[in-house]
Each structure stands twice: as structure tokens, then as C-alpha cells.
Ligand binder design. Structure first.
Ligand code: SAJ
Length: 493
């Protein structure tokens, strides 16, 4: 870092014009909040005029949000800042030359769900566009979740190549990871603490100048760019780890014939000074676009940034990768529970799934949500079909026309009666409110058999109410009820 950059910034003055590249669920609320801040004069929302998302330009220019689902306050804020002339959406990336600060809010999905390698193509294109029109003193901030080392590595390299400028000398560069959740975008940006990591102190300081005006409850947490990248990936890695710990304990409780939820309540009761027990919930699996990939970003980062520097026990797998494997095992466990219940209900014990009709309830990865990215229902569906079952899928929230990566042959319907009619097994994968309201007697009448199976992956049904109606019950963590004879309330022998 030289005094050169500081001098350029002093000559340039405070940030007044802001650019946000990527009009998605991260970029749109961020741009609206920057535009609403009195500190800034005007905000450009940069959006490629592509076939798939070019429509957003006209909508946003009219002050309308192209985002699906309820986002409290966003529509009104967009309308306000557009009418005030403080926000403009454009495909003209050359206007980046007018910006004192440019943020990149471009997602980094898997190239394909199997190899877990992120597809940085869209981010690289955004970086090239930013670099092409970069001017001395501009601040560039990556908000996308990236592998640690990306900001000081690939991003810096592309920006310097395209601009002919030098990061830390001629322009500022930082990473400020987004921490937004759908349904509370504006609130999250305003109220979550904001990690701000520059490649040097001047960049960190300039990034704090950009984000400070949009925070209400949140505070700025300055650090290095790489530390910011590790913070983001690690905060999701730790959540995945906590879920895996709950899943492993649930599997232990099933094996020992006890109720995980009693144990959880017991553990949770330990309170007091300095005592923390963050025990989460076991379930049919972990989906979504955060927890399923951020561990791999972190693991790649330590592999690239610290090759040979990591002191780790010989032949011991990463705890974080082991957690990913535990969570990815849960759909398989659901299949094992389903097979076990069908065998108990009288199906061929050697191949209970073969020829069985399964009602798969829930395609979304999250309760009461239409989001199906990396859903754990998909591997269950594929494995059950491979075992010879017929699987009918219900989800009251997911739109089959827009859900990503739906496997061949998977038809998602909102007709619950049709899915339940004639089913040998009812398997709950999402804790949608509709499934908590299921009445066992009505479901039994639709299934038609003497002892259909109910397999509960989200702890939404009460076991005795279902076994009392003749169902064979299985539930994750319910070692006290799994195998209980239909019509009885006694523990399995
Ligand atoms: N899950 C469990 N047990 C739990 C919690 C979740 O099995 O105790 C499963 C869910 O069913 C789902 C998956 O894990 O399939 C992910 O659930 P999530 O609640 O973590 O939701 P995400 O994937 O949308 O995570 C986002 C993340 N937010 C950001 O990256 C900005 C995460 O950091 C948040 O902690 C999380 O939302 C949240 O708490 O809502």
C-alpha cells in the first residue's frame, strides 16, 4: 500500500456515485438502500440485457421489484428512490467510469451439483466489466460468497488486467460478504453486522465509508479481505457442522431406542454463566445454496492459501467435510427407514421398495418455502426409483416450472389427495405447515392399505396418533417409536 492511493482518494473526495453489478436478491436491496442513503447522490444498478434476466432492467427502471416472494419494504423503497432519480438500472456498463464505488453481487452456483466446483463464470464477467471501466480511486467490493483467496487472487488479477491499474496503489479492493436471507433482505442488510475486508487498510476504510450509511442496528466489522472470505464461508460451515452433530445424535438415539427430542431438551436445559450448547435439529437432509457449498469453498481456500502449511492429524478427514457427508447421508437414512417400515408392513423383506408406491411430501429444501435449490428430496427420489419404487411428489409451494435441477421423471404436484391415494408409504421431507395439519385417519383412507408407512423426516407428526390408525411409523431420532406395532402405544419390543 502506498500513500498514492490515499492521495488519489483525497483528490476524489467522499463516495457519491455507487454502482451495483448484479440485479439479483442481493444486489437489488443493496442498491435500493445505497440510493436511499443521503450520503450518496446516485446509484446505478448494472444488469446484463440477457434473454434470461434482461427483463429486470425495465421493471427496476419503473421502480418495480422483479424478485419473487414477499420482501417487506422493498417495492416501496425501489419506487421511492427511482422516482427521486437516485436509482437507475442500466445495461450500459461504461457508466462504471462515473462510479466512486462498485459492488459485485453475483452468485457463484455449482457448475453441477455433483462435482461441487463453483461456477465463477458470471463473477468473472462482472469483474471484467468493472475492470474495463475502472478509474483511479474507485472502490471495488465483492459481495458474492467466494473461495478464500479470491479477492486478493483472481479478482485482483482480472481487475488489474482489464484496467491497467494496480490494486492498493490506484484503486481500492475489498470483500464484504452478503448475509441476506430471502424474505428479510432489507432488514438483514440494515441490521446484520457487516464484515468489511480490504486488501489493505485504505481499502478497508473506503469500504466502511460505503457500508456505514446503510446500517441501522448493524455495526461495521473491519478485517482483511481473506479473513472476510473465511468468515463468510466458516459461518455457514459451522451451521452445517451443528446440523450434522444433531443428525449424528439422532441416528445414535434411533440405534439406542430412545427419543432424540427428550435428549435435546435435556441438553438444552444446561444453562448458566459461560455455558453454551447450540444443539440444532436433525432432519431429512440439508439443502439450499449456502450450507451445501460454503464448506467446500473453505476447504479449497485452505488448500490453496496454505498448501503444506496446515498442521493436521495424519489420515484424519476434515471435520467439516465429515459433517457434509453426515448431512448428505440423511436422505439415504430416510430411504432405509422407508424400506424398514415397508418390510414391517408386510412387503417383501428382501426388496421392500420394489413395486412400492411412495408419496414424497415436500420438494422445497426449507419449511414453508418455494426454494428447492439442492433439495435433499432429489437424492431420495432418485434412490427410491432406482430401488423399483414409484414416487409421487407433492409440494404446495414449489413451482415445477421454475424449480432447478428436477430429476427426470419427477413430477411435482399440488394435488395432495392424488399423491396420497394408494400410497404404501408417506414420506415427509419438508416441514411445511400443510403436513403438520395432516389427519392420520384421512390419510389412511386415501392410502387404502391395512398398514401404510409414515416416515417423518421433519418431526411434524405425532407417532401414536398414526400408529393408532394402523400406520407403521418411522421418524428421524425417534428410537422410542420406530418399529412400534401398529395399533399399539407401547415401545417396540
Ligand atoms: N436444517 C436442518 N436442521 C436445522 C436447520 C436447518 O436440517 O437445525 C436444514 C434445513 O432443512 C435446510 C438446510 O438445513 O434444508 C439449510 O437451512 P438454513 O436454515 O441454514 O437456511 P439457508 O440454507 O437459507 O441458510 C441461510 C444462510 N444465510 C446466509 O448465508 C446469508 C445461513 O447463514 C443462515 O444461518 C440461515 O439462512 C438462517 O439462519 O436462516
Amino acid at each position: 500500500m502506498s500513500g498514492n492511493l490515499q492521495r488519489i482518494l483525497e483528490g476524489r473526495g467522499p463516495i457519491r456515485t455507487v454502482g451495483v453489478i448484479g440485479m439479483g436478491y442481493v444486489g437489488i436491496p443493496a442498491a435500493a438502500l445505497f440510493a436511499d442513503a443521503t450520503a450518496f447522490k446516485v446509484v446505478y444498478g448494472f444488469q446484463r440485457d440477457s434473454k434470461s434476466s434482461g427483463y429486470k432492467i425495465a421493471m427496476l427502471s419503473a421502480g418495480e421489484s422483479p424478485l419473487k416472494g414477499e420482501e417487506p419494504g422493498l417495492e416501496a423503497l425501489l419506487s421511492k428512490v427511482t422516482a427521486a432519480g437516485k436509482f437507475r438500472c442500466t445495461a450500459d456498463f461504461s457508466r462504471i467510469a462515473e462510479c466512486d464505488a462498485v459492488t459485485l453481487a453475483i452468485q457463484t452456483p455449482f457448475a453441477n451439483p455433483k462435482d461441487l466446483i463453483p461456477d465463477f463464470t458470471p463473477l468473472v464477467e462482472g469483474l471484467r466489466n468493472a475492470g474495463r471501466f475502472l478509474t483511479p480511486g474507485t472502490l471495488v467490493v465483492l459481495e458474492s460468497t467466494v473461495t478464500p483467496g479470491t479477492t486478493t487472487g483472481m479478482a485482483r488479477k482480472i481487475l488489474e488486467e482489464e484496467s491497467g491499474l494496480v490494486a492498493g496503489e490506484d484503486f481500492c479492493l475489498a470483500h464484504a460478504p452478503e448475509r441476506v436471507m430471502v424474505g428479510r433482505l432489507l432488514q438483514n442488510i440494515r441490521e446484520h453486522d457487516r464484515i468489511v475486508g480490504g486488501i489493505d487498510d485504505v481499502s478497508t476504510g473506503r469500504a466502511c465509508e460505503l457500508y456505514g450509511p446503510v446500517l441501522t442496528k448493524g455495526t461495521l466489522i473491519p478485517m482483511s479481505a481473506t479473513a472476510a472470505e473465511v468468515t463468510k464461508t466458516a459461518e455457514n460451515t459451522f451451521r452445517d457442522l451443528q446440523i450434522a452433530a444433531a443428525n449424528q445424535l439422532a441416528l445414535y438415539c434411533e440405534a439406542m431406542g430412545i427419543n432424540f427430542y427428550d435428549v435435546r431438551a435435556g441438553i438444552d436445559s444446561l444453562k448458566g454463566e459461560g455455558i453454551t450448547r447450540a444443539i440444532l435439529w436433525p432432519g431429512a437432509g440439508v439443502g439450499g445454496h449456502c450450507l451445501t457449498k460454503d464448506t467446500y469453498h473453505l476447504e479449497r481456500g485452505v488448500g490453496e492459501l496454505g498448501p503444506g502449511a496446515l498442521d493436521w492429524p495424519d489420515d484424519l478427514a476434515s471435520l467439516y467435510l465429515t459433517s457434509r457427508r453426515i448431512n448428505d447421508f440423511m436422505p439415504t437414512h430416510m430411504l432405509h427407514l422407508t424400506a424398514s417400515a415397508l418390510a414391517q408392513a408386510g412387503k417383501d423383506t428382501k426388496a421392500p421398495l420394489k413395486g412400492a408406491t411412495i408419496a414424497l411430501l415436500g420438494w422445497a429444501f426449507l419449511n414453508d418455502s418455494d426454494d428447492a435449490r439442492n433439495t435433499p428430496s432429489a437424492p431420495f427420489f432418485e434412490a427410491a426409483c432406482a430401488a423399483g419404487a414409484t414416487v409421487r411428489i407433492h409440494d404446495p409451494w414449489v413451482d415445477p416450472a421454475t424449480a432447478p435441477d428436477i430429476p427426470a421423471g419427477a413430477d411435482i404436484t399440488r394435488d395432495l389427495n392424488a399423491v396420497l391415494t394408494g400410497a404404501d408409504a408417506v414420506v415427509v421431507f419438508a416441514g411445511h405447515r400443510e403436513y403438520r395439519a395432516l389427519r392420520p385417519a384421512e390419510v389412511k383412507a386415501l392410502c387404502g392399505g391395512d398398514h401404510p408407512a409414515i416416515v417423518d423426516g421433519r418431526n411434524v407428526v405425532e407417532p401414536d396418533a398414526w400408529t393408532g390408525q394402523g400406520f407403521v411409523y418411522r421418524g428421524i431420532g425417534r428410537g422410542d417409536k420406530n418399529g412400534q406395532r401398529p395399533g399399539t402405544r407401547t415401545n417396540p419390543v
